[in-house]
Design a protein around this ligand. Structure first.
Ligand SMILES: Nc1ncnc2c1ncn2[C@@H]1O[C@H](COP(=O)(O)OP(=O)(O)OP(=O)(O)O)[C@@H](O)[C@H]1O
Length: 434
């Protein structure tokens, strides 16, 4: 949970996402409201429900990115699901509860990662003992052991091979789901757990000292972690902090009921409703209340309109924000401004080969122009177009970079034109390539 003010949250999001101020504002208020709720005492705290958000806007303009960055900022368990997934053949009503189960798994991984850091020092020592056991045997004299310890710490034994016994993670029993009985896979997992506990899941591996390091530290930290406490914390994180991003919600608007083998779209909305209104879902880690999970639904709403959603669902998504289609200037900014912008990524990647990319301002103009042109002639896929265009422009450099160590390559408007200009003008060709 972060105690950033809405203004601070927006400016954090500004580091990664260009424009879309309304959406940033809406999510920042939603996040702050969670913090406010946590400050409340007693029964009032239970009464305050999140104001879920409906993001409306074309594809590739930053909807998912805003939600994802928000979750990262808040250290919140986050899950993105396509609503249309539940209309596919083979899905039945209760499957939507899988969303919550998956979110719990995300939270457990997150909490484990955080807690591993707390026990890292102790885990490090325990891991060292295991490496020493493998190197000199458990019965070696303490003098030998200490001399090896010294060498180990100095990194002199990094390349030496050792044999260690590791727990194979999760492998054991395959998970399966019984058609028509979504909850049934839980049984399979617990059988797997039981077999796991009976032993027989560890295996001996041959590794260098260096590569065994991370595996051993993770294993030793997991031994030090209190799994029960970890699960409780993860469930609490989901219940109070969880964020679910429901993409393509417009595609489950009721139009024609049952199509082929699809579960009716309205049916999916009805299934989703209890989750959003607040229900208790049983997971293999325990019951999870969904009342305070924040749902951010999103869709382009080209054909269906938000008013085509079930009235109850509309009521549960009270905050509406529209995201704008990206202009040429936005494209330009997306290429350069965000902290890990595409340009910065490519420059850094080429640097690893000893090649310096000098991308001029007019090259960036040209890239933005091409992206806008192809978006308008072929299909508007928003900022995602920049990736295909960039990849094409830098294709040759990417391929030959290892042979050009030490060179500085200048990429200007002419360079961009030469590599994609003709393609961009030819709609048929760009359909396949850009
Ligand atoms: N406004 C923006 N600023 C920076 N990057 C952006 C912006 N819009 C999109 N992008 C980049 O484009 C890619 C696609 O964006 P995103 O996943 O957010 O699309 P979306 O709007 O959720 O579309 P969809 O509904 O199809 O998933 C991401 O890699 C994202 O970083």
């Amino acid at each position: 949970m972060t105690d950033f003010s809405p203004r601070e949250i927006v400016s954090e999001l500004d580091r990664f996402i260009v424009g879309q101020t309304d959406a940033k504002r809406a999510v920042s208020i939603a996040l702050r409201n969670r913090w406010r709720r946590q400050q409340l005492e007693g029964s009032l705290r239970e009464e305050v429900l999140p104001k879920n958000i409906l993001m409306i806007g074309p594809t590739g303009v930053g909807k998912t990115e805003i939600a994802r960055r928000l979750a990262k900022l808040a250290n919140a368990p986050f899950l993105k699901v396509e609503a249309t997934k539940f209309t596919e053949v083979g899905y039945v009503g209760r499957d939507v509860e899988q969303i919550v189960r998956d979110l719990v798994e995300v939270a457990i991984a997150q909490v484990r990662e955080r807690k591993r850091k707390d026990v890292q020092a102790r885990a490090q020592l325990a891991a060292e003992e295991r490496v020493l056991d493998a190197l000199v045997g458990a019965n070696a004299s303490s003098a030998t052991r200490e001399s090896f310890r010294k060498k180990l710490r100095a990194g002199e034994l990094n390349d030496k091979e050792i044999e260690i016994e590791t727990q194979s993670s999760g492998g054991g029993m395959p998970m399966f789901e019984i058609p028509g009985m979504p909850g049934a896979q839980m049984g399979a997992i617990s059988i797997g757990d039981i077999f796991g506990k009976l032993g027989g899941r560890s295996k001996t591996r041959r590794l260098t000292v260096e590569s065994s390091h991370e595996i051993l530290i993770n294993e030793e930290s997991d031994k030090l972690l209190d799994t029960e406490q970890l699960t409780l914390e993860a469930i609490s994180a989901v219940e109070n902090n969880g964020i679910v991003f429901l993409d393509e919600i417009d595609k489950i608007c009721a139009r024609d009921g049952r199509v082929g083998g699809d579960v009716s779209r309205e049916g999916v909305q009805r299934d989703l409703l209890p989750l959003i209104e607040g229900t208790t879902v049983s997971t293999k880690h325990g019951a999870v209340k969904t009342d305070h999970i924040l749902f951010i639904a999103s869709g382009a709403f080209h054909v269906a309109k938000p008013s085509d959603l079930l009235p109850e669902l509309q009521g549960r998504l009270p905050i509406r924000v529209e995201l704008q289609a990206l202009t040429r200037d936005d494209m330009r900014r997306i290429l350069t401004e965000p902290e890990a912008s595409l340009i910065k990524q490519y420059v850094a990647l080429m640097q690893t080969e000893g090649v310096t990319l000098d991308i001029t301002d007019n090259a960036i103009d040209a890239l933005a122009d091409v992206a806008v042109a192809v978006n308008s002639t072929v299909e508007n896929i928003g900022a995602r177009r920049l990736q295909t265009v960039m990849e094409r422009v830098l294709d040759e450099i990417s391929f030959t970079a290892p042979d050009r160590n030490g060179e500085t390559i200048r990429v200007d408007a002419d360079f961009v034109q030469k590599h994609v200009g003709d393609l961009a003008k030819n709609a048929d060709l760009s359909r396949f390539i850009l």
